[in-house]
Design a protein around this ligand. Structure first.
Ligand code: URP
Ligand code: ZN
Ligand code: ZN
Length: 458
C-alpha cells in the first residue's frame, strides 16, 4: 500500500489538495488525513499529482525499409515511464503485401508481451481494402483493437475509394480511424525534382513536403469522413496552420466526430533545425517535417482553444549514428522518425504550463485524459478516481535544468531537445501501483506492462 500525501491533485477540470491511497494496482481512496500503519508514505509537498500520461502515437520496434527503430517495447516503454507516460497505444508497422489485418496485431503481441513495462494497446493498420479486411475490423475491435490507422502517403497508402470504405465501416462499428494525411503524389513529384536537380541536403526533406500537401490531404479525408456519415476520424501529427484550419473549417460547418493531434516537436522547433552543422539536421527528419514559426503559433492557439485534442509524440527512434546518418549525402535515404516519448511530459509542462500558455488542467486534458477518452481507455487510464488504475505521475514544478540525452532512459543516442532549459521535472512515477521511476532511476520490471483491451467509443 502507498499513500501520497500533501500534494496537489490535478485533473482535467480541477486542482485540489488531498491524499491518495493506492492498494494493489488501483487507487483505493482519495481524501484528507489518510493513514495506515502498513503504508509507504510519499510526501508530495509542493508537487503536482497527475494521472499517468497516455501517449497514443508511438512506433516501437518499427521496421521501416531497411532500418528498424532502436527502441523495442522494453527500452521504449522504459523511456516512456521515466518520462511520466504510463500507457501507450502503438501504431503497428506495415506487414507483408496483402497480409490479413490480424497479421500485424499477432506480430505486435509477440513483440510487446513480456517486454513492455507499462500497459499498451495497438492501432491496427489498414494497408489494403477488401471484404475480408473490412470484416476483420469488426473481429479485431471485439479483441480490443478499437482504432485503425490509414496512410495517405508511403508505400501502402490507400486510394480515396478504399479510404471511404474504411470510414463507412468505422462509422458502422464505432471505431476510430487515425490518418496520416499528406498528398503522396505531389510529395513524390517534388522529391524527384529536388533529387534530379542535386538538391540532396537535409533541408529538402522539408521543402519536398510543403504545408499545402498536409492541408489538402486533411481537407480531402475530412470530406470523405463527412460522406461516410461523419465517421469518427483522428488526424495524427498535425504540423501546419493550414492543416489545422481545415479541421476548424469542417467543424464550423457542423461535421462531427473529428479529433486532432499535434506532437511536441511541432510545438517547439522550426525547419531551421535541418540546417544544423555536421549533419545534425538529420536528427529531425520526420514526416511531416518541422515547419515555420507561424505554424508553431497556430498550433499553440489550437492547443489553447480546443481545436487540438491531444499532444502525442510520434516516437519513432532511429540512432543518429549509423541509421539517420544514412541520409548524409541524400535526405531520401534517412529513415523517417524521431524520438519523443521520454521528453513530451517535461517539454510540454515547461513550454506550456510554466510559460503560461496553458493551465495545468488543460495540460492534463491534452496529455492524459483526452487520449484515454478518445481511444477507449477512460476512466481506468487518464483519470485520478477511486477504482481507477494506479498510474500516477508526480511533477516538481520548482526544478530547473538543462535537458540532455544522458538524463533519458531509452536506447536512442540523441534527443531533439538537447540543451533546452526546462522548468518542472518528473519526480516519481507510479505504474500499476508500484513506483517505477524515482531519483532519475527506472525501478520497474521488464514484462510488467499488460495489453489493454480498448473499448469501442460508440
Ligand atoms: O516520420 C515519421 N513520422 N515516422 C513514423 C511514421 C509516421 O509517419 O507516423
Ligand atoms: Zn505518420
Ligand atoms: Zn507515426
Amino acid at each position: 500500500m502507498i499513500i501520497i500525501k500533501n500534494g496537489t491533485i490535478v485533473t482535467e477540470s480541477e486542482s485540489y489538495c488531498s491524499d491518495i491511497m493506492i492498494e494493489n494496482n488501483k487507487i483505493s481512496c482519495i481524501g484528507t488525513n489518510l493513514s495506515n500503519d502498513n503504508a509507504e508514505i510519499i510526501d508530495a509537498l509542493g508537487m503536482y499529482i497527475i494521472p499517468g500520461a497516455v501517449d497514443v502515437h508511438t512506433h516501437m520496434d518499427l521496421q521501416s525499409g531497411n532500418s528498424r527503430s532502436i527502441d523495442d517495447f522494453y527500452t521504449g516503454t522504459v523511456a516512456a515511464v521515466c518520462g511520466g507516460t504510463t500507457s501507450i497505444v502503438d501504431h503497428v508497422a506495415f506487414g507483408p503485401k496483402n497480409c490479413a489485418l490480424r497479421h500485424q496485431i499477432d506480430e505486435y503481441h509477440k513483440l510487446a508481451n513480456g517486454k513492455a513495462v507499462i500497459d499498451y494497446g495497438f492501432h491496427g493498420v489498414v494497408q489494403h481494402v477488401n471484404d475480408e479486411v473490412l470484416s476483420e475490423m469488426e473481429s479485431l475491435a471485439k479483441e480490443g483493437i478499437s482504432s485503425f490507422k490509414i496512410y495517405m502517403t508511403y508505400d501502402f497508402k490507400l486510394d480515396d475509394v478504399s479510404i471511404l470504405k474504411v470510414l463507412k465501416k468505422a462509422k458502422e462499428l464505432g471505431v476510430i480511424i487515425a490518418v496520416h494525411a499528406e498528398n503522396n503524389d505531389v510529395i513524390n513529384y517534388l522529391r524527384e525534382n529536388y533529387v534530379s536537380n542535386g538538391c540532396l541536403e537535409t533541408i529538402y526533406h522539408a521543402k519536398s513536403r510543403p504545408d499545402h500537401c498536409e492541408a489538402e490531404a486533411i481537407s480531402r479525408v475530412l470530406h470523405l469522413a463527412a460522406l461516410a456519415g461523419d465517421a469518427p476520424i483522428y488526424i495524427v501529427h498535425i504540423s501546419t496552420e493550414k492543416g489545422l484550419d481545415e479541421i476548424r473549417k469542417a467543424r464550423a460547418q457542423g461535421q462531427k466526430n473529428i479529433f486532432s493531434e499535434t506532437c511536441t516537436q511541432y510545438l517547439t522547433m522550426t525547419e531551421q533545425k535541418y540546417l544544423e552543422q555536421d549533419n545534425n539536421g538529420l536528427k529531425y527528419v520526420m514526416s511531416p517535417p518541422l515547419r515555420q514559426s507561424n505554424d508553431i503559433d497556430a498550433l499553440w492557439k489550437g492547443v489553447q482553444d480546443g481545436a487540438i485534442n491531444i499532444i502525442a509524440t510520434d516516437h519513432c527512434s532511429f540512432n543518429l549514428k549509423g541509421d539517420k546518418q544514412k541520409g548524409i549525402n541524400d535526405f531520401t535515404k534517412c529513415p523517417n522518425g524521431a524520438p519523443g516519448v521520454a521528453e513530451r511530459v517535461r517539454v510540454i509542462f515547461s513550454e506550456g504550463v510554466m510559460k503560461k500558455k496553458i493551465s495545468i488542467n488543460r495540460f492534463v486534458e491534452l496529455l492524459c485524459t483526452n487520449p484515454a477518452k478518445i481511444y477507449g481507455l477512460y476512466p481506468k487510464k487518464g483519470s485520478l478516481i477511486p477504482g481507477g488504475d494506479a498510474d500516477i505521475t508526480i511533477i516538481n514544478p520548482n526544478s530547473e535544468y538543462t535537458l540532455t540525452r544522458s538524463m533519458l532512459h531509452g536506447a536512442v543516442d540523441y534527443t531533439c531537445f538537447e540543451g533546452m532549459t526546462l522548468k518542472g521535472d518528473i519526480d516519481i512515477v507510479i505504474q500499476s501501483g508500484k513506483v517505477a521511476y524515482k531519483n532519475n532511476k527506472f525501478l520497474g520490471k521488464k514484462g510488467d506492462g499488460k495489453f489493454i483491451k480498448r473499448k469501442v467509443i460508440g
